[in-house]
Write a new protein. Structure first.
Length: 295
């Protein structure tokens, strides 16, 4: 009803800044852009052997979970991963299955880890996307590097960023919901907790007792419990696969759930959103949804 299509459209080239802002950012519509990163050296260079050579034994942050779900609702908690510091080559051994582990490993630290932890790789991509920076009149707040196992899943959530998600190798599988689906998507407040490894190697969930409760979505959109969350049947998810060499524009406030092929490598650029009419509309919709739930 608000103009969403049943599939995510493709652009065969990167747009001009004005075109992108007018056609995609302003109406808050996603698209997949081809030939936007085809000139990046990373597309050819970022093999496991190259990453071993360039990053090597450097200690980096790796999210480790027993089930592949980090930052997700589990056992009535919002459970964050163990943030393990480990040599990058040891992480690659696990991804390449040279070493077996019952746990799931994912480089996914989202505080501009490409520039902070992997500066050796920045020259193979770009510090920003020039046409996006011109369209928005700002540089990205963060540039993130992603590499992990196929069992690593990103639970359904939204971000306050205009997101350009670039796949270097492998595939990313996105399930998307527009902000207008908010009335059909359940939220609740959860005690934050963290996975910690016990002496026997098993994981335990430890509450972050001094932290405030976290609003999060308990529903798994791949297997929704419609008896518990019947409203979700009215939501209209979009599915898309972003392949190597492609870029997804994921607009701010869109809900997204992400899966990936094994060993998929990606880089994304987070540009802070404008807190304009779109944000006010979402806040109104969110407040109305909460009010109806109480009645």
């Amino acid at each position: 009803e608000l103009g969403w299509t049943e599939s995510v459209p493709y652009l065969d080239r990167p747009p001009s800044p004005l075109e992108f802002y007018r056609e995609w950012v302003s109406p808050n519509k996603p698209c997949i852009i081809q030939n936007a990163i085809s000139h990046w050296p990373a597309l050819k260079k970022w093999t496991a052997a190259y990453l071993r050579e360039v990053v090597g034994s450097k200690v980096v942050s790796v999210a480790v979970t027993p089930n592949g779900y980090a930052d997700a609702v589990f056992q009535d908690r919002f459970v964050m991963p163990e943030e393990r510091q480990m040599p990058f080559m040891d992480f690659l051994d696990i991804v390449e299955k040279k070493v077996t582990s019952p746990n799931v490993f994912y480089v996914q630290k989202q505080c501009s880890n490409l520039t902070e932890e992997f500066p050796e790789l920045v020259c193979d991509v770009q510090p920003d996307i020039p046409w996006m920076s011109e369209a928005l009149g700002k540089k990205p707040d963060a540039v993130n590097f992603w590499l992990g196992e196929s069992a690593a899943v990103t639970s359904l959530h939204k971000d306050h960023y205009e997101n350009l998600y670039c796949v270097i190798s492998g595939e990313k599988h996105f399930l998307l919901h527009p902000p207008s689906d908010r009335p059909f998507i359940p939220y609740d407040l959860y005690q934050p907790a963290t996975y910690q490894v016990s002496e026997d190697g098993s994981f335990e969930i430890v509450d972050e007792k001094s932290a405030d409760k976290v609003p999060w979505i308990p529903l798994d959109p791949l297997n929704p419990n419609l008896e518990q969350y019947p409203e979700y049947a009215q939501a209209k998810p979009l599915h898309c696969t972003v392949k190597a060499g492609e870029m997804l524009y994921l607009p701010s406030l869109w809900f997204h759930h992400v899966q990936q092929s094994h060993g998929c490598i990606a880089v994304n650029y987070w540009y802070d959103m404008e807190y304009d009419l779109k944000y006010s509309y979402y806040q109104l919709l969110d407040c109305l949804t909460k009010t109806v739930e109480v009645l």
